[in-house]
Design a protein around this ligand. Sequence first.
Ligand SMILES: *[C@@H]1O[C@H](CO)[C@@H](O)[C@H](O)[C@H]1NC(C)=O
Ligand SMILES: *[C@@H]1O[C@H](CO)[C@@H](O)[C@H](O)[C@H]1NC(C)=O
Ligand SMILES: *[C@@H]1O[C@H](CO)[C@@H](O)[C@H](O)[C@H]1NC(C)=O
Ligand SMILES: *[C@@H]1O[C@H](CO)[C@@H](O)[C@H](O)[C@H]1NC(C)=O
Length: 961
Amino acid sequence: MAVFINSVRMPEPGDTSLEKVHPRPRRPFRPKAPLSVLALIALVLVLQFLFLPQYIYQSDSPGAIKLSQHHLHKLEAGLQKCKEYNTPPVQYPVTRAGSRSNPRWNPETGQKQTIFLKNATLFDGENILRDAVDIVLKRGVIKSVTKSGSAIPEDPVFEEFDLEGQYITPGLVDMHSHHLAFAWPLLGATADTNEKGLKTGPLTPQVRIVDSMKAYDIATTIIASGGVTTSLILPGSVNIIGGEAAIVKNLLRSGENSEEVVEEILLEHGVPQNERRRYMKMACGENPRRLYFHTRMGNSWLFREHMERARELMVKQDEWCLTAQAVKEQGDVEVTRAFITSGPVNSATDYLEYESSIAILRGQVGVNIHCYETEDMEDMIKNSKEFGFRIQAFHHALDAWEVPEMIKASGENITIATFSDFGFYKKEAYEANLWAGKILAKHGVPVAYKSDHVQEETNAKYLLFQAATAHAFDLPEDLALQSVTSVPARSLQIDHRVGYVRSGYDADLVIWNSHPLTVGATALQVYIDGRGTLDPKVVEDSGAANAGKSNLKAPIIPTVVTAEKIAQFCAEAERPDSTLVVTGIQQSYLNEKYPSSTSPNATLVISKGRILCFSSLLDCAPHTDSSTTTINLENGHVLPGLTAFSVSLGLSEIPVEASSLDGSIGKSPSSLEADNVVYAKYGVHLEGRGFGRARIGGVTRAITAPLSDGFAGGVSVGIKASGNHTVFDGGIFKDDVALHFHVGQGAKADNLPTISSEIQKLRQILSDNKGKDNIYGQAANGSIPLAVHADNEYDIMQLINVKKDFNTTDLVLLGGSSAHLVANELASSNIPLILTHPRPAPDTFPKLNSLPGPPLSRHPATALTEAGVKYAIAITGESDCHIHNLLIEASWAAKFAGLTKGEAVGLVSWRVDEILGLSGDGGDEKDFVVYEGDPLEFGARVVLGVEGGDGRVGMCWPESN
Ligand SMILES: *[C@@H]1O[C@H](CO)[C@@H](O)[C@H](O)[C@H]1NC(C)=O
Ligand SMILES: *[C@@H]1O[C@H](CO)[C@@H](O)[C@H](O)[C@H]1NC(C)=O
Ligand SMILES: *[C@@H]1O[C@H](CO)[C@@H](O)[C@H](O)[C@H]1NC(C)=O
Ligand SMILES: *[C@@H]1O[C@H](CO)[C@@H](O)[C@H](O)[C@H]1NC(C)=O
């Protein structure tokens, strides 16, 4: 019956008073039923209600008895609420030409001086405009955007910048972040995103993230320096309904008094409370399952039960409102008193605990659901139909690419707010696909990239990097840029203020040092409400201005070679006796035999996995005949195969699923004796999702250490990432690479309760085993590298002392978040570093002094290079999902550290080999990889990877698999 009572709120033809109090709420997805039937039922219900004995009008004595003020007041207050309940969110028009003011602006700290930005290349939220533009910012609003040179501002201009064609984009919009609620450095005391204590269990719509926010989170400024000016701050995802979210501008202390006031960083600060947008966080799938031990069917029931209760309460509210209006019109004192006292206003109109859920049903709250898997999205769409609410966006949604038509068929225009490459960390993230953005866009599903900002791996500062990665995997340039600007702005219904650079919009925009989709694109200035948030001196010192200067073109994504051509070429390549000819090689970085200076447009002839000829087409002609297979490249590059120090390649498939792992050395292994050291070589599986991405990134070899939760790290193994190997046929190229230990907060355990005891234990192991023929003895005498993982500068200082006292050890530092602070000492003590944090963040207490990176500080690689530290680069994280960007990370670091492209390649190939003593392995012939495109920029494609040693083609067009 509830469904039909609900329909009383539908407009009744001719009943204008009802219309006025109950304007038709904007609920686009109400269940369909014949209007006439509903109207009839509605009429009957209303009449029935009005003629209940206690409400019968005393219409013969109007005004005879004065209504008590008390009752009248209560009635009016209730009716006011009724009005609010049925008022749809305000539809703001996109006003033009500065007629709009920015509600966040204030005369004390707001933009005072008019700013004139001349000659910019503009992505306006939709496209990159063909002509350069001039932009005027005034009082926090974009006053005008005009063709460059066509107009001068009418106001006196105080600040004028000639951009000489540099890129401007709208301030980026991140529709999924947790900063401010869970502030940096992450501490137990401030983990305020998931409400777990309430008796309402996994249903906590009544909580609001604003109540958790801290308007002093240092991450906010770091995020803004990445060009992200607007963020939706959401509760976490352990609850099925997690609470209300809030939108902020990433400018701390932006109110009149420059104080730490949460209200003053809200996007809608200055907008009346009842006109503000509202958002709800919901979650399905693994997280709510894990915390509360329900199944998916149980979770769905809990959700439906809750929403059904909300619907009942909504109906009660509506009934009360109808009657109240009738009572008011009647104006009879007895009726009013009876009405007010018999059904107290509060129980009828105020259900605080359910207020948010009822508001969802009234279309007043945007629903944003953390949902990964196809079955979970299907379920939620079903639920949205049952209860008549609209889903604004599915977040994470790494499986959405498998069901774009199902998502579209919902009719709800659901945005997919997702990651471009993060994945694999749990079962529901296992189907992550680098081409998901392209696939969804092709089906017309709106795609937004978002950070999920919590720690370094999800640092919202690098939101744009995700759009660039998606672009590298075939999402068109305009859609890639829209995915972090106008698409999230539209999805959140704030596209009348942000997401575009057009007149009338908030003056939030970013000046970039290069095309925004290029490697290492960095903000030179970020305006929020017309206020420049970066100090030009700091930006200058960070090296941002020089790092990408010449890079004003979008990365080139090679035109797709047909599947037939690829299949044909690869079939030939796999024959052991084939001869392959690759033309159009423009650049080689093969270090020794074939130096970088190879003549342009060279030809490469590969026979039986060996380079037969690498010269001009003419020179190589004698090696080609009718039996050779040729592939013509336009911008071919040849590089050594990359060596990745991996997160867990070959040992871990889905980190939280024990059955997909080799297993982890516990925090407190019962014995640290040499006999109990764990060797990765006995556990590796030479296949998995990470291998696919490694190949796409040109990685042919990986070093993997045993999984460990504590101090003892076991012995790493060297495995082939290319090829289809087993442990019988060379899949392991080096059995024992290094002996690993972890030092720092994360390594504390029952048997090593302090960092000091970790250091002491390490020293003891080295001294006790000196001269012994066991693995510890080998590490002590330097015949195997001693690889110690540490990030904090004080912990690293202790390791430098260990090296001084045990100078025969070949101590290698892994990690190194704060290594820049001890760079000189590392260099002088000859301790090489594998930097696993090329873009570190002060996300935890021990890492508080790590560099936030340009434009706020120097790049860590700059400091290491200047000090002369021997270092290589690796990627850290929960899984090896980012491994395809290994060379991109090196290229990024190299741009800031002033390294050549050749040196950048070295950071992820021969430098790693050198540091871990791998140089002599794999025979004289080394792995090499042929690419179409420049692999130091986005978009290059691996064509062929040839393994040194046995000289076989280990990979051919890996992206096509
Ligand atoms: C804008 O900058 C570009 C690139 O530096 C330059 O070629 C062009 O002449 C400039 N246009 C104007 C109107 O200043
Ligand atoms: C769907 O949403 C996108 C982005 O939010 C918007 O551009 C588009 O116009 C919407 N389409 C429809 C049919 O509403
Ligand atoms: C490279 O050489 C091929 C044939 O050898 C020729 O067709 C092509 O135009 C050349 N490209 C460039 C950029 O010189
Ligand atoms: C890898 O090798 C095995 C055994 O030789 C074979 O069955 C399998 O199909 C191969 N897989 C691929 C992807 O080539």
